[in-house]
Each structure stands twice: as C-alpha cells, then as structure tokens.
Design a protein around this ligand. Sequence first.
Ligand code: PEP
Length: 251
Amino acid sequence: MRQRLIAGNWKMNKTPTEAERFIRAFLAADRGADGVETVLLPPFIGLELAGRLLRKTGVALGGQDLHFEEKGAFTGEISAEMLIACGCRYVLVGHSERRTLFHEDDGLLNRKLNAALATGLSPILCVGETLAEHREGQVREKVTAQLCADLDGIEPAQIASVVIAYEPIWAIGTGETASPEEAEGAIRMIRGWFSRAYDEEIAKNLRILYGGSVNPENAAAIVAQPDIDGALVGGASLSPETFARIVVQAG
Ligand code: PEP
C-alpha cells in the first residue's frame, strides 16, 4: 500500500520569519487524518528553522536542490549532508525550473540522485514534457528519455527511496492542469516503465506524484486516480490554509 504524499515547493519564497509564521499556522490548521505524508520544501535559508519547528510533528522537510559533491569549493551550493543536518528527509531533483533556467542536464541530475541516495535522502525526481512536446504527442518519448538518463545505474534496492513527480511543464504555475485522466495516463505509463526497467514489485511500490497547478478544488479528483499517489504543489503551497486544504482533500 503506497502512502499518499503531498509536497509543497515554496521555490524562492518566504524569509525565515515568514516560514515560521507559515509553519505555526499550518501545524494549527485542520490537515485531516494522519494518512497523508506531508513535506515542506522551503528555500535553503529557512531549512534549519523549519527543521526545528517540524521535529516530531509528522510533517517532513525537504530541500529544493543539492550539489552532488560532499563538500568543497562550490560557492553557493549545498550538500546532501547539510540538508540532512537540517532535518531533511527529501530533496527535489530535476525540477523543470532547474532544468530550464539553470541548464541542469540529465548527466548532472544522475550525479545528484546518486549523492542524495548515498546519503540517505529520498529524492523526488521531477520529469515532464514541454507544451510543444505535449502537442506533438511526445510525452512518452520525453519522459522515458529523462527516466533512462536520470536513473542510469541506480540499483533496484535504491528505488524504494525514490519518489517520481510527473510535472507537465505547461501546467506549472500556469493555472492549467492536466485532466485527472490525462495525468493518470502519463503516470501509468511511468509505472509501466519501472516495471520493465526494474520489476513489477518495484513499480507497484513506487510513489508517483502529479504536479502542475494543483489546488484545493482539483486535488481530490487528481489523487483519486489509481496510479497517482499525491501531488507536488507550488503556488498553492504558499498559504498554510490552502495547503492544509489540499492535504485534507488528499486524505
Ligand atoms: C511546481 O513548481 O512543481 C509546481 C507544480 O508549481 P504550481 O503548483 O504552481 O504549478
């Protein structure tokens, strides 16, 4: 049985003071029953404080990115070990904004995945197609190419710690969502890829999220799909009340 997961990616939003205000309000809000795992992904500067506030609350913490080296002369970067020291259990790898705006390619993402897994972090690997690729019916080609390259050399035993987020780029921050059926089709295809590349059991246990303009109004229909195990939420994760409503809808 796969536990549902709702992750809130704050991107470059919220100072530590704002993060603290959010977390206190979110912890006080109605978040439904305990069945849904919830993860907050603040900017690096808020991680330590967030880690302290979230300790023993059942709400998990994650980083938005990491460097693949353990330490050294990499100005501006953060290591897996530093994320763990702040209390992180998860880390995003390959968000489309990192791929596009910061030119992160699959080779680099493969090294980041290896670094996360070697340190005990669970990577949330983001994959998804552009609007042009979507229109040209290239969802399968694009997503499987990303999976093949990003997961190259990742052992079957390591996949238990991996979460996949299918995020069609045209749906991120645009207010346009894939229909629940469309999202289910892509996510079922991803699960099928895992059963061929790894095995049936691994594919069955893998958590695959949908991301792209999820909000309290569309969350329930999306996570009701049989292969969709939760959501990666951007804009709607910035308000504690709105994000709590999404968690309730996923329960
Ligand atoms: C995201 O950034 O991963 C995302 C899905 O953003 P939004 O929910 O704002 O579309």
